[in-house]
Write a protein that binds this ligand. Sequence first.
Ligand SMILES: [Zn+2]
Length: 147
Amino acid sequence: MPRSKRSELITLRVDLVKELKAKWIEEKKKSPFVNEHFGGFVNDLLHDILEKDEFLKHYAPFLSEDGCSRDTIYIKDFKENKTAEIYFNNGKLYCSLCESFSCFHIHFVMAIPKVAKLNPSTKPMIDDEVELDGQKAKKIVRKKRSS
Ligand SMILES: [Zn+2]
């Protein structure tokens, strides 16, 4: 297959190509502006990531990633000279520095790919209520069955 001098051949993991193709097909259904060619779509996607990084550098030049654990992302705030810990609290992202569910640090975390590494295992309160209702319903069904 002839290749343009302006392109370079790279190897992508097979499982990643599968995921990317599924995303490409979904995105094409949603928007007519999505690239017609799979390779072009992947290039656009990567370019968007680079542009987003540039945007973040200008939007929040005083914030930077300072590592992460399984359930916490650390954001260094050079304005405050402190580190914000962002983690799930009742199913919502929480900032320990601002003691807030909606602050600049959380907006920053939402814009970095690492947010996907967080484990949202702390379920929101609503799930507990649904669980409780489910148990009540089970008890009613059991009573009806035994009588
Ligand atoms: Zn904060």
